[in-house]
Write a protein that binds this ligand. Structure first.
Ligand SMILES: CC(C)(COP(=O)(O)OP(=O)(O)OC[C@H]1O[C@@H](n2cnc3c(N)ncnc32)[C@H](O)[C@@H]1OP(=O)(O)O)[C@@H](O)C(=O)NCCC(=O)NCCS
Length: 170
């Protein structure tokens, strides 16, 4: 049963989020996704075209917003945890996986994965890429178009750029 659920979890979630109205039906989306094994908090809103790939844990906290077309790629041995009252803008990419630098024959060497955590009250700007091993402290902002590398980033901080660096305290 668990294996079957593993197989259908993402396709059914992705289909649900593709066919239901983009910015409505949030309670139904939450109920369906929680039945499939996601951890979606009360009042969290997943909009149209959000997609999940991979078998790791996905938790989205209470009253958070996940913007149009955001992509979660989560390896089985990592997790993506979005806290409460977070706002994730459209077309953000969360990707827990990477590769060691390989040799001349193939630069994407051995694969590995690391978790991602976005703490309560944070805002992730549109088009950002959040890589495995990154942990954003509470009430911080990752500006639009940023690439966040692995690391622990403080609370109440504006991060921006590629790679994202601390711009100022909030
Ligand atoms: C971060 C943001 C909110 C601006 O906040 P702000 O407080 O006005 O930012 P500031 O003007 O104080 O900028 C501070 C520094 O960050 C830089 N910065 C701000 N946004 C940036 C971005 N998206 N990319 C690169 N640098 C950025 C500024 O150039 C400035 O750099 P400097 O100190 O070297 O001059 C805005 O730029 C942004 O990215 N918004 C997200 C929009 C979005 O995702 N919309 C979808 C709807 S949710």
């Amino acid at each position: 049963m668990n294996r079957l659920l593993d197989l259908v979890r993402n396709p059914l979630a992705n289909l649900t989020l593709a066919i239901l109205p983009a910015t409505r039906g949030f309670a139904l989306k939450r109920a369906l996704l929680n039945t499939l094994g996601f951890e979606i908090g009360v009042g969290a809103k997943l909009t149209g075209g959000v997609k999940f790939y991979g078998r790791g844990r996905i938790a989205i906290g209470e009253d958070s917003w996940i913007g149009l077309g955001t992509l979660f790629i989560v390896a089985p041995d990592a997790a993506i945890v979005i806290g409460a009252r977070c706002d994730i803008a459209p077309r953000v990419i969360f990707h827990t996986g990477s590769h060691r630098v390989g040799d001349h024959r193939r630069r994407a060497g051995a694969g590995y994965s690391q978790p991602i955590t976005i703490a309560d009250g944070s805002w992730v700007g549109t088009g950002s890429v959040v890589l495995g091993g990154s942990c954003i402290g509470s009430a911080s902002i990752l500006a639009a178009g940023a690439t966040l590398l692995a690391g622990d980033y403080p609370a109440d901080t504006l991060l921006a750029g590629c790679p994202a660096t601390i711009k100022r305290a909030l």
